[in-house]
Design a protein around this ligand. Structure first.
Ligand code: HPA
Length: 273
């Protein structure tokens, strides 16, 4: 049965000017800079694509950018949608399915996240090793579209080990501080209470955020390889006196953006697949 993804992909394909990207990126809150570095860009506003879900959050542009990074064709989503905007997890999965239909093999996910450790200071980056899904939702709930993936996909290695290794090597070489840890997704939009922060730490989380997990789960289901990077934009509630605000997250996302852009540019350049 045709899904929203089929219609979105059919509208996007003819606008790519023959470009066949195998790498896509979804840029998180305040992290749209990378998109502005794409060479020979073709811009496709989400609003031009009938049925494309629109982001309602400050710090999120709403457009696709197709172009080149290190001479490799890429497709970049500058702006994402979140569960807390009222979108269903299945709608987020439709965006990932659209990328699959367009021929994407590698999905790079970035986000803004709150740090749960004193040593992981705001303005630095964290490589996502694994995640905890505390959002209360799974993007694969509902009828399974067998064209894309199995009913019960395993999540043994959501964030591909080979990608994590490559990103860590590059960060080391470029002297970019890169922490590594477990990203915990909560639905938001409220930030956590002190008790919730304590719970997340006990459960093994290293950073908290409100995105990425639905995209990552849907991506693995449909056979994409995933790299995930968090820009640590604040200390979570109560950590080092943390009292998060959206303004603080945008400010520190801007501080992290240049390291993130260098890391991603090198990563794409050195990706061998
Ligand atoms: N908690 C949850 N999500 C976030 C945070 C946070 O502290 N910072 C940025 N996104």
């Amino acid at each position: 049965m045709p899904a929203l993804a089929d219609s979105l992909a059919d509208q996007i394909r003819p606008r790519l000017n023959g470009l066949q990207p195998r790498i896509a990126l979804i840029l998180g809150s305040g992290l749209s800079d990378f998109g502005d570095r794409i060479a020979r860009p073709v811009f496709i506003p989400y609003a031009d694509i009938k049925g494309f879900p629109l982001s309602t959050v400050a710090g999120h542009n709403g457009r696709l950018i197709a172009g080149y990074v290190e001479d490799k064709p890429v497709l970049c989503l500058q702006g994402r949608i979140h569960l807390y905007e009222g979108y269903s997890p299945q709608t987020i999965a439709e965006i990932v399915k659209t990328l699959k239909l367009l021929g994407i093999k590698t999905l790079i996910l970035t986000n803004a996240a709150g740090s749960l450790h004193k040593e992981m200071t705001p303005g630095t980056l964290m490589l996502i090793q694994d995640h905890l899904n505390l959002s209360g939702f799974n993007p694969l709930i509902g009828p399974n579209d067998e064209r894309f993936g199995p009913r019960f996909p395993n999540m043994n290695e959501v964030y591909a080990k080979s990608y994590r290794d490559l990103a860590a090597q590059i960060a080391h070489r470029l002297s970019i501080p890169l922490h590594s840890g477990t990203y915990c997704m909560l639905s938001g939009p409220s930030f956590e209470t002190p008790a919730e922060v304590k719970m997340c730490r006990i459960l093994g989380a290293d950073a908290n955020g409100m995105s990425t997990v639905p995209e990552a789960v849907a991506a693995v289901w449909c056979g994409l390889k995933v790299l995930g990077i968090s820009a640590l934009t604040n200390y979570c509630t109560g950590i080092e006196g943390g009292c998060p605000t959206h303004a603080e997250t945008l400010q520190n996302a801007a501080a992290a953006a240049s390291n993130l852009t260098s890391l991603l540019t090198h990563f794409i350049g050195e990706l061998n697949e």
